[in-house]
Design a protein around this ligand. Structure first.
Ligand code: FAD
Length: 382
């Protein structure tokens, strides 16, 4: 029989004690945040909140203290993430830097890069964006055409990145690009550069999504000079590095809690005597969430042990985003309320946002088809 191992997640009393601390902090800090804003989930942007979180020691939690981190366990970090998302906290400013750019620098960065950048991320003051997708290569990342050509002291970068979340507010982009000759090996000759987004020659154009948000962008590079000190890891090894980064991107609670604010509003609306149909549907979604949580915590344990959970992470993201997308559909089956953005009726406003944003859940971070391809390969079916 085919199976994918999900080792028993670690348990930790320290993490559960921390959970109560985080809940108390969020209850006070987010007291005035209305449900419609909580519905933005991890796309809610608030730099002051990121700095306040940093002061609590809840960014860069697992990193070494010498780089501004707090040397706590992956499970403690997981608990903080889970509570932030369940409460609809505005975490977007620091989220990508904390989740994947910082860990990438820790693993592959030079000592200078680590000392310069990591403490600023840990302080909630330095934000990153992901420069992978391009106009003609999203799923097919190996088809990236943006090129960094060696020049005296560094590189000249030319090309276009697309769908770059927070590109207009981040300080740096981790740019995936070509630095070598095109060869038969499509993955070869690719590298990662840490690009300062205030460099001359960069044009950032916003893209408005269906829900009216302008979170992502098209970013054009025209002869942008990037110093050689900006290379992350080894030139030509970009593909392996970027694949490692994706395990961080795909497995966390941000892949199954994006619609959680809607579930909370639904429960509030239904009160203490929901119909039998509503109980049945809510029960079903809750059981899915319990299983996802178990799987996702298992991946957190694997990351902590230094294992490579790329396969498990793909499975968590595929299953998790499916459930996230099902939640607004279930709400529509249970209540007869029109979804209306900006409505004073909180359930209506939260439903409207979630309905319009939900299609993105199974696109961002890798589409359903691509993840299933990875899972099939992991099972030996391809
Ligand atoms: C909200 C949001 C935020 C994003 N943020 C970022 C970001 O910060 N940085 C970044 O780099 N990118 C970002 N993206 C881009 C995202 O990673 C891509 O949209 C995604 O990888 C798909 O690429 P594409 O849009 O080019 O679609 P395509 O790759 O053209 O795919 C179109 C369709 O074809 C299917 N398909 C493609 N290839 C195959 C195949 N081999 N087998 C089967 N089916 C296939 C896909 O599954 C999809 O359904 C974001 C996207 C969204 C929606």
């Amino acid at each position: 029989m085919l199976s994918i191992p999900f080792p028993k997640p670690p348990t930790s009393e320290a993490a559960e004690a921390l959970r109560l601390e985080v809940r108390a902090f969020l209850k006070e800090t987010l007291a005035d945040r209305p449900p419609a804003e909580r519905a933005l989930s991890w796309t809610g942007y608030d730099e002051a909140f990121s700095r306040a979180l940093a002061q609590q020691g809840w960014i860069a939690m697992t990193w070494p203290k010498k780089y501004g981190g707090h040397e706590r366990s992956a499970l403690e970090r997981y608990v903080v993430q889970e509570e932030l998302l369940a409460a609809g906290a505005p975490v977007s400013a620091h989220w990508i830097a904390d989740r994947q750019s910082g860990p990438l620098l820790l693993r592959y960065g030079t000592e200078e890069q680590r000392r310069e950048i990591l403490p600023r991320i840990a302080a909630g003051e330095c934000y990153f964006c992901i420069g992978m997708s391009e106009p003609d290569s999203g799923s097919d990342l190996a088809g990236a055409r943006t090129r960094a050509t060696p020049v005296d002291g560094g590189f000249r970068v030319n090309g276009t990145k697309l769908w770059t979340t927070n590109g207009h507010r981040a300080h740096y982009m981790i740019l995936f690009c070509r630095t070598g000759e095109n060869t038969d090996d499509r993955h070869g000759g690719t590298s990662q550069l840490m690009v300062d987004l205030s460099s001359p020659g960069i044009t950032i154009r916003p893209i408005r999504d269906m829900s009216g948000l302008e979170d992502f962008n098209e970013i054009v590079f025209e002869d942008v000079f990037v110093p050689e000190g900006a290379v992350i890891g080894e030139l030509g090894k970009g593909w392996d590095q970027v694949m490692g980064e994706l395990a961080y991107e795909r497995s966390g609670p941000d892949r199954w809690l994006s619609s959680f604010a809607l579930l909370v509003e639904l429960a509030r609306y239904l009160g203490t005597s929901p119909s039998e149909r509503a109980q049945e549907l809510l029960g079903r979604i809750t059981s899915h969430l319990v299983v996802l949580r178990r799987l996702s915590r298992s991946v957190a344990g694997m990351l902590e042990r230094g294992e490579n959970p790329a396969l498990q992470a793909s499975l968590v993201k595929d299953l998790g985003t499916g459930v996230e997308q099902e939640i607004p559909e279930i709400v529509r089956q249970v209540v007869d309320i029109e979804a209306s953005p900006g409505s004073d009726h909180q359930l209506s406003a939260v439903l409207a946002h979630t309905l319009m944003y939900a299609p993105a859940f199974s696109l961002r971070g890798g589409t359903r088809e691509i993840l299933r391809g990875i899972i099939a390969r992991g099972l030996g079916l391809r």
